[in-house]
Design a protein around this ligand. Structure first.
Ligand code: ATP
Ligand code: MG
Ligand code: MG
Length: 557
């Protein structure tokens, strides 16, 4: 990552530093609206804002963009803070746009006094009509010619609660004629006397019932940036048309000139990222909650077993673009698999157990076998696992009539039991439905792992657990939540593209007893089965494991 070329934001910042802009100071902000949980798209913005500040010796503020009282909630504030810290970032200051309400109100009064804002009583339809079209300047509403005194009086009365929701708004007064014919400002609809304030008699999660007027995004975001002295205000591409207005307000108020820069939002395959849609999935119970392991939320990814490092690396690898694109989720899966290969201890768990009896092994004997915790990490050491006459293996590892090149178990076939003996399949029992209930095998006593003198050469190795020692666990296997790469842009309701098989619950898998000490969030490789993490639903009686990813990319099958 050190060698890659500078992205366009780094270029801008390096130029600013070289030119002594703001004395070379870099202060960014991450501005979530506390109306939902953070998702992987937010992680990109977090990595970018905190990453740029860190790289250039600056800092990052966490600012809650809480100017819309109706949808916001303290629960979201807490989850957002926890998720940012989990990702590995620490903000300089925790701030709230709502803390600036008084100051933003005063900014509005200042613009009214300059004749640059007015109270409009028109309906939303009349206001829309007054804006005209990009090529046709609209006709002002009759309220546009109100006097400064009248506007000051009405705006104060708006604040004092004398009017009902929607009865009046405060609008900026911007002379479109001043912009040159053909200039972007002239055709920019965001510059056509945009709304600055609306009346909303609603309880706010921080300011309570103090305010009944709330500033619009365009009259809150840039003002908040400026109040904090943010140098580089980084947002997503859809705010490009807002930039002229962002700059206009700052210029008219004569306040600190924060600058806005735009990058392409992260889009990921097989999921949706809009908070509105994620909220629907939660409310309509398509998932168990915001932290369901199938969700693209930070809390869902964490519960699924993704690591902060893999998410940060993902954000670094995808880079920063100026054009919309869609990233394949398998890149994220590849990165976590790569990390867990190096860090996760190997254990044995049998997900679909069938009994295996070693007929020539003593009935009551229990043998201690030594197993490497992680062959990729010599420092991880070894552990002891118990071997006995009756074991469980995966049902799919035995075939009654194995084809050629089936290097697992079958009548007459030899295979190694991982960390234990080479065995030879002998016979099996079946129930009335034809399902195999017990497999019988014999073992080669000289073939014990670590001291094999048998001279046998076998092609396959299978995993197992000892029947008397294994514990029962619930294992949850996940697949993609949607069965189409871009569900948000398909025809009809995005929820009709939900993959009905996105969750498979195995209620009675068998795990080796060493796992009973594992804690929620611990990460393991179940040999041959994938990477798993301990779910917080685990209890002393029954552990629950989530599969993070398979060992190999099996999606493109
Ligand atoms: P939504 O449209 O789903 O409500 P939002 O963009 O309004 O999402 P915010 O809480 O306002 O959500 O986002 C906080 C910050 O994260 C903003 O600066 C926003 O640009 C950025 N962000 C949100 N989604 C993405 C994404 N998919 N990729 C990159 N940045 C994002
Ligand atoms: Mg939003
Ligand atoms: Mg937003």
């Amino acid at each position: 990552s050190e060698e890659r070329s500078l992205n366009f934001l780094e270029q801008i910042i390096e130029e600013d530093i070289a030119n002594g802009v703001n004395d070379g100071r870099v202060l960014t902000r991450f501005p979530p609206e506390p109306n939902g949980y953070l998702h992987i798209g937010h992680a990109k913005s977090i990595c970018l804002n905190f990453g740029l500040a860190k790289k250039y010796g600056g800092q990052t503020n966490l600012r809650f963009d809480d100017t819309n009282p109706v949808t916001e909630d303290t629960e979201y504030v807490e989850s957002i803070k926890a998720d940012i810290q989990w990702l590995g970032f620490q903000w300089a200051q925790e701030l709230y746009a709502s803390d600036y309400f008084e100051q933003i109100y005063n900014f509005a009064v200042q613009l009214i006094k300059k004749g640059l804002a007015y109270v409009d009583d028109s309906t939303p339809e009349e206001i829309a009509a007054s804006k005209g079209t990009p090529t046709q300047i609209g006709t002002p509403t009759p309220y546009r010619s109100r006097s400064i005194e009248e506007n000051l009086d009405l705006f104060e009365r708006m604040k004092n609660g004398e009017f009902k929701d929607g009865e009046k708004v405060l609008r900026a007064k911007i002379e479109t004629e001043q912009f040159e014919e053909g200039s972007p400002e002239r055709s920019n609809m965001h510059m056509r006397d945009p709304l600055m304030y609306r009346i909303k008699h609603a309880h706010h999660h921080r300011t309570g019932d103090k305010w009944c007027i709330y500033p619009m995004y365009d009259f809150a975001h840039g003002q908040s940036d400026s109040i904090e002295g943010i140098t580089h205000s980084i947002c997503t591409l859809e705010f490009i048309p807002h930039r002229a207005l962002y700059n206009w307000f700052i210029a008219q108020l004569g306040i600190f000139p924060s600058r806005q820069y735009e990058f392409a939002r992260l889009n990921l395959t097989y999921t949706v990222m809009s908070k509105r849609k994620l909220l629907q999935l939660v409310n309509e119970k398509h998932v168990s909650g915001w932290d369901d392991p199938r969700m693209p939320t930070i809390s869902g990814l964490r519960r699924r077993g993704f690591t902060p490092a893999s998410i940060r690396e993902f954000c670094e690898r995808i880079g920063v673009q100026k054009r919309e694109n869609v990233i394949d989720v398998s890149l994220l899966e590849f990165l976590v698999r790569d990390e867990l290969n190096k860090t996760a201890n190997r254990v044995m768990a049998v997900l679909d157990p069938v009994k295996l009896v070693i007929t020539d092994y003593p009935d009551d004997k229990v043998e201690e076998m030594t197993a490497d915790n992680n062959p990729e990490d010599p420092a991880s050491g070894t552990r002891t696992i118990l071997f006995s006459k009756t074991l469980y293996i995966e049902r799919e590892d035995f075939m009654e009539e194995p084809p050629k090149k089936f290097f697992r178990l079958g009548p007459g076939l030899v295979v190694r039991l991982k960390n234990a003996y080479i065995i030879k399949g002998e016979s099996f029992d079946k129930d009335e439905n034809g399902n195999i209930t017990t497999i019988y095998a014999t073992h080669y006593p000289e073939s014990k792992s670590g001291g094999d003198t048998s001279g046998l050469n076998v092609k396959g190795t299978i995993h197992w657990v000892s029947a008397a020692h294994a514990k029962t666990a619930e294992v949850r296997l996940y697949d993609r939540l949607f069965n189409t790469p871009d569900p948000g842009n398909e025809e009809g309701d995005f929820k009709s593209y939900i993959n009905p098989d996105s969750l498979t619950v195995i209620p009675n898998a068998l795990i080796e007893p060493s796992l009973v000490d594992a804690k929620p969030g611990d990460k393991l490789q179940f040999l041959r089965k994938g990477y798993f993490t301990v779910d917080p639903d685990s209890t002393a009686e029954k552990m629950v494991f989530n599969r993070t990813v398979t060992l190999k990319d099996t999606w493109a099958k």
